[in-house]
Design a protein around this ligand. Structure first.
Ligand code: AMP
Length: 172
């Protein structure tokens, strides 16, 4: 098995000074590494009866769509404001600097369906908490979250309350 951590590169001061951005594009460009990451992210959820993957814009779309195919689930895009064409529900949340907002189609998911939230990086945890609030507010059931990377020094995991599973493939 290839060591796919070698294909994640750090870009200093992007998108802002002081942020070290985890760039996964070299990993996505490597067919074997991409397939291995998806297999490894899917493994903990194989018997979790996931109906839908909620992928967070935009790298959560890439990983989430591949995971949806692997787990036999549908895909729900969780988008930044003003992108979805139909009737939407949204949630505002705090970013490190300023406000963020996530939206889904209000009819995008069946009530009671079992949803796994997917994104590339867990940093402060605000994005993941907002996605969870949004999915729960349309009556679906969040069963967990799957991240490729957890920046554990930012302690985003403590915002993911309760004993709901949160799986991260790699920790820094
Ligand atoms: P947070 O809400 O602070 O957990 O931030 C998570 C969101 O911001 C995810 O959608 C990530 O894609 C992105 N993000 C935050 N920090 C980084 C980082 N250092 N490298 C890459 N993406 C990041």
């Amino acid at each position: 098995m290839s060591d796919y951590t070698l294909l994640i590169r750090d870009i200093a001061d992007f998108p802002k000074p002081g942020i070290v951005f985890k760039d996964i594009t070299p990993l996505l460009a490597d067919a074997g590494a991409f397939a291995q990451v998806i297999a490894d992210m899917a493994a903990p959820w194989r018997s979790a009866r996931i109906d839908a993957i909620a992928g967070i814009e935009s790298r959560g779309f890439i990983l989430g769509a591949a995971l949806a195919q692997t787990l036999g689930a549908g895909f729900l895009p969780v988008r930044k404001p003003g992108k979805l064409p139909g009737a939407r529900v949204g949630v505002d949340y705090e970013l490190e600097y300023g406000q963020g907002r996530l939206e889904i189609h209000e009819d995008g998911i069946t009530q009671g369906s079992r949803v796994l939230i997917v994104d590339d990086v867990l940093a402060t945890g605000g994005t993941l908490a907002a996605a969870r609030e949004l999915i729960e507010c349309v009556g679906a059931s969040v069963v967990g979250a799957s991240l490729m990377i957890e920046l554990s020094f930012l302690d985003g995991r403590q915002r993911w309350q309760g004993d709901m599973p949160l799986h991260a493939l790699l920790r820094y």
